[in-house]
Write a protein that binds this ligand. Structure first.
Ligand code: ZN
Length: 564
């Protein structure tokens, strides 16, 4: 293998005129051409880059300096990633996480506003003045029952079975943003660059219940560009309509009448019966819905005990479809069905409450293309043998191909092909992306082949894999911020794309009504149950070099093959 060019050399290449750069990019892309061909179902206009910006020696030097300064903050990055990991807090209960992150930002001169949009754990941290206003966001909430020791390639709870944990890797995105912001702030101060940095957390992303409220509260009113980040197993960015689905999350509560389930069952009217009729009705309807939809439910209240006919019961749905009208149609159909379920069981619909929502994301082409250049410059982290050992052992544990960690950055993604679009997950960054030019930077802090929303997605997230991935991501983020600060044309183009292409025919209107309030009660009971035990395992960065050291985990801990 040829030696990897040093960052300085790659940056020097980035300072070449656009035509030379294009030639270089072609060379650099050659090994990926085959992969792109295999991937022809997703091959799009993204393969040709439309927006290129002239660069100069000063910008190239500042980018190289930013990357160096991120490396110098690797220890801070490790501490932040490990600290937030150890809190393992669920949506709306990110109390320690919020306190910790705002503390660091305040110490570094950011002005912090807490309790934004009526959400106690939401905040906005601002520094600087004037244009451009660059907002940096990332999610901070965890996954129920996902506790697992980092660095251990099989399930081994940190605290007690059932406790929440970072089974999505949301502990890493804000540390990435904080590191990038601190570095760029230093450069802006010295170079006297005008501009404002705005950091905000994605609260309760797993409930899709935070960002629409931030939008409504005006957090993005003066923002020029939003650089969102999300954990992944590659380093990449996309533009155009994403493949994600829009979503409405809604809680349906029924009211019946209790009675002795054996002594006088004929006097009871079971709210649980109504819940089950609605669930079964929806499962039948499923067959007659378009294929890209996703809908799923849980039953948070199914009654108290079998010998009491349940007088209350509730069912919680997520409805997902490609766009606003299609998603709303699913919700409306379920509302009608709920009335039917009540009639069938002689009960009543008590309340129907929308508790989360989000648009499908559409990402900005000029910013994504500028960022992609930086992705190619930074490249993937240099994984070592231990990182690969953990990754492969986990992949074998899960029955996934043991290909280890990715070594090459991802391609620049383009718009989804509407004709073959098959739906999928959601992220309420969609709402932000329809209000201000936005991109999502994916950074390589996790292991390929994991199921998502699972303990297995947490075990890399407080190890060198996560730390190195965040360092790489923070470099890309900081370099892109410098691009935006020093090349006003990017912001102009970003808004032209936003106004003339993205929102030309589709205009944002939120799913939430003006009267809807964020459901900040969510997860309070679960955290009350587990927090006292989890508190004993919060990372103490003063006493331990790493969280692995605090937990006494040898990195990596893998099952030794048994000899039959
Ligand atoms: Zn996520």
């Amino acid at each position: 293998m040829p030696p990897r060019p040093t960052l300085a050399r790659r940056l020097a290449a980035a300072a070449l005129p656009a035509c030379a750069l294009a030639a270089l990019a072609t060379l650099a892309l050659a090994p990926r051409a085959a992969a792109a061909q295999r991937d022809s179902a997703r091959a799009t206009a993204a393969d040709s880059i439309k927006y290129r910006y002239p660069t100069d020696a000063r910008l190239a030097a500042l980018k190289a300096e930013a990357a160096k300064k991120i490396d110098e903050r690797a220890k801070l990055i490790q501490e932040m990633v490990d600290q937030v990991f150890s809190y393992g807090e669920l949506g709306f209960q990110e109390v320690e996480t919020s306190k910790y992150l705002t503390g660091i930002l305040e110490q570094n001169g950011f002005k912090v506003e807490r309790g934004v949009a009526g959400i106690p754990t939401a905040f906005v941290a601002r520094w600087g003045s004037g244009k451009p206003v660059i907002s940096l966001g990332s999610d901070i909430d965890g996954i129920p029952q996902a506790t697992s020791k980092p660095g251990v390639a099989y399930r081994d709870p940190i605290t007690v079975q059932g406790a929440p944990g970072h089974g999505e890797g949301h502990n890493s995105g804000m540390p990435l943003n904080v590191a990038a912001a601190l570095v760029v702030k230093e450069i802006m101060q010295r170079e006297k660059l005008p501009g404002t940095l705005v950091l905000w957390p994605g609260v309760a992303e797993e409930q899709m219940a935070g960002k629409a409220f931030l939008v409504r509260a005006g957090v993005f009113k003066d923002v020029d560009v939003t650089l969102f980040t999300h954990v992944s197993n590659d380093l990449g960015v996309s533009w155009g309509q994403s493949s994600s689905n829009a979503l409405i999350s809604a809680l349906f509560k029924f009211k019946g009448s209790s009675a002795h389930s054996a002594g006088a069952p004929w006097r009871g009217r079971s709210a649980l019966d109504a819940v089950m009729m609605l669930g079964m009705g929806w499962d039948m309807k499923r067959e007659h819905l378009e294929l890209p939809q996703r809908s799923h439910y849980v039953i948070p209240d199914g009654g108290d005990q079998p010998n009491v006919v349940p007088s209350t019961a509730s069912i919680w749905f997520y409805f997902r479809e490609r766009d606003y009208p299609k998603t709303l149609a699913l919700f409306e159909a379920a509302k009608t069905m709920a009335q039917g379920a009540a009639m069938l069981t002689n009960t009543q619909v008590d309340t129907i409450q929308m508790i989360g929502s989000g648009w499908s994301g559409h990402f900005n082409r000029p910013i994504a293309e500028a960022m992609y250049q930086n992705i190619q410059t930074v490249g993937m982290p240099a994984w070592d043998e231990k990182d690969q050992q953990l990754a492969k052992a986990l992949q074998r544990e899960l029955g996934s191909p043991d290909s280890g960690l990715s070594k090459r950055p991802g391609r620049l993604g383009g718009p989804v092909n509407e004709a073959t679009r098959m739906g999928g997950g959601s992220d309420d960054i969609g709402d932000v992306s329809w209000n201000v030019p936005t991109i999502t930077l994916r950074y390589p802090s996790n292991i390929p082949g994991t199921p998502g929303h699972n303990w297995a997605n947490s075990i890399a997230m407080a190890t060198p894999i996560a730390h190195k991935g965040v360092v790489a991501g923070a470099k890309v983020q900081a370099m892109t911020m410098l691009d935006i600060l020093m090349t006003p044309q990017i912001v102009t183009d970003a808004w032209s794309y936003f106004n003339d292409v993205q929102t030309k025919t589709v205009k944002y209107k939120p799913f939430i009504a003006a009267t809807d309030q964020p459901p900040i009660w969510l997860n309070a009971d679960i955290m009350a149950q587990y927090r006292p035990e989890m508190r004993k395992y919060y990372y103490d960065a003063k006493k331990y070099r790493t969280y692995l050291e605090q937990l006494g985990v040898t990195y990596p801990t893998v099952k030794t093959p048994t000899v039959p």
